[in-house]
Write a protein that binds this ligand. Structure first.
Ligand code: ARG
Length: 465
């Protein structure tokens, strides 16, 4: 289509059509309002395609120069806001192409040789997503660094570790922060892995069957920095696995953020009072003057649902599609765009907030003390004195019962009382019953002993640079 013909698409697609598209259909089928976001990838892809068309002798050097000149102007127009996006031209691809033809004439009309919007859009989305992935990786690293920096200051801060939301055993607060570092490290790994499958070039598949022009696909891949070219044209134009994989990664990462957000909300509640957040991350209430709410953490938790929704949308979008391209695929963009935006903003704000949390070590430690967090240590002590573990477990249950009756911690029970439970208990038991003694004892690799935690911090520091 010439730009003139493209402009007339409002009236009819081609000579084949006897009447124009209805207004409603035009609005319903257009995607330019959202896919114009792909404009840079679209221009980049077209320039590589044009350079290849020239290299294999399909267009002239003059055509290529005209296309390059036109695209440079279009780029400037879009950047300055002067570009006029037309709904009549349906999508980003047709908008750019029509303007190009307006600017440079026949060379613009030759650009689409050996290409279809089907392989073009698949290429554009991959190029765009690759760029976003490369901006997300540093954010995942920044999140890990923020957590490591909190950990560094809190190796000796004692937190009650929970199972079933009941006090279980004392842990180093740093150890707890590093648990999240592990999660985000896995996310970064997943992202690097899926990038390999994003970074393959569909261009050359044309509408679905490939093309009769002698295209040099490897050259286009090289120009655009793709690692490989796709190997089946039918698959290439219809595959959206890469978008689904990305959204699955985003969902898992948001799930990690959400667990952390949930803990921040709990810890900040007066009933825990383990941490505080700087005022700039809190909001007040319009009715209750005393309130400082952790809205950012709550929203991060809430936005996780929205990203899961995008994953479900994309999986559902693809499940019933016969090969090859179907217009359904146009619906891949908004979920993918929003998944990227939501994840990016969430990582950015949560990393900043985490780095600034105000830790209240006394509150954490006294909560650990109240919860008989060293009961397992007493059992282990008895095992070292020769009792089978199951018997030791039973003995300690009796001791905790007496502690509860008297309203004291195990470490506050006098030796003669403890000895009534088992005569093997000696003066050295009090060392074991302290929170710090409990931490020190967990020397196993991956355990919460401060020496182990410091080694992990060092490992992460090396890894994250
Ligand atoms: N806007 C379309 C999309 O996002 C571009 C491809 C259109 N191809 C077609 N044959 N109608 O999928």
């Amino acid at each position: 289509m010439s730009s003139n013909q493209l402009d007339k698409k409002a009236q009819a697609w081609s000579a084949l059509f006897s009447e124009p598209m209805s207004e409603l259909v035009k609005r319903y089928t257009a995607s330019v309002d959202f896919d114009k976001r792909l404009w840079q990838a679209d221009i980049e892809g077209s320039l590589a395609h044009a350079a290849m068309l020239q290299a294999v002798g399909i267009i002239s050097a003059q055509d290529l120069a005209d296309i390059q000149r036109g695209m440079a102007q279009i780029r400037a127009e879009i950047e300055s806001g002067a570009f006029e996006w037309k709904l009549d031209l349906e999508d980003v691809h047709l908008n750019v192409e029509a303007r190009l033809t307006q600017l440079v004439g026949d060379a613009g009309k030759r650009l689409h040789t050996g290409r279809s919007r089907n392989d073009q859009v698949a290429t554009d989305v991959r190029l765009w997503l690759r760029g976003e992935i490369d901006q997300l990786q540093p954010l995942l690293a920044a999140m890990q660094r923020a957590l490591v920096s909190v950990a560094e200051k809190n190796v000796d801060t004692i937190l009650p570790g929970f199972t079933h939301m009941q006090v279980a055993q004392p842990v180093s607060f740093a150890h707890h922060m590093l648990a999240y570092v592990e999660m985000f490290a896995r996310d970064a790994e997943r992202l690097a892995d899926l990038r390999k499958r994003v970074n393959r070039l569909p261009l050359g598949s044309a509408a679905l069957a490939g093309t009769s022009y002698p295209l040099d696909r490897e050259m286009v891949a090289r120009l655009l920095g793709f690692d490989a070219v796709t190997q089946n044209s039918l698959d290439a134009v219809s595959d959206r696995d890469f978008a689904i994989e990305f959204t699955a990664f985003a969902s898992i990462t948001m799930m990690h953020v959400s667990r952390m957000a949930e803990e921040i909300v709990l810890w900040m509640s007066q009933n825990f009072a383990f941490i505080d957040l700087a005022d700039r991350y809190c909001t007040g209430s319009s009715i209750m003057p005393q309130k400082r709410n952790p809205d950012v953490a709550e929203l991060a938790r809430g936005k996780t649902g929205r990203v899961y929704g995008h994953l479900t949308a994309l999986l559902t979008l693809m499940k019933g599609q016969p090969l090859t391209y179907n217009k359904d695929n146009q619906e891949d963009k908004e979920p993918l765009f929003d998944a990227v935006d939501t994840l990016r903003d969430t990582l950015r704000i949560m990393a900043e907030m985490v780095e600034g949390i105000i830790v209240k070590p006394e509150a954490m430690e006294s909560a650990a003390r109240r919860g008989y967090a060293t009961a397992t240590d007493l059992a282990d002590y008895l095992v070292k004195k020769g009792l089978p573990f199951r018997d030791a477990h039973e003995v300690v249950a009796h001791a905790v019962k007496v502690g509860l009756q008297r309203g004291v911690d195990l470490s506050e029970l006098p030796l003669d009382v403890l000895q009534q439970f088992n005569p093997a208990i000696g003066e050295d038991v009090y060392e074991v019953l302290t929170l710090r003694g409990s931490l020190q004892a967990r020397q196993v690799l991956g355990g919460t002993a401060p020496v182990q935690v410091r080694a992990q911090i060092e490992r992460h520091r090396q890894r994250l640079g």
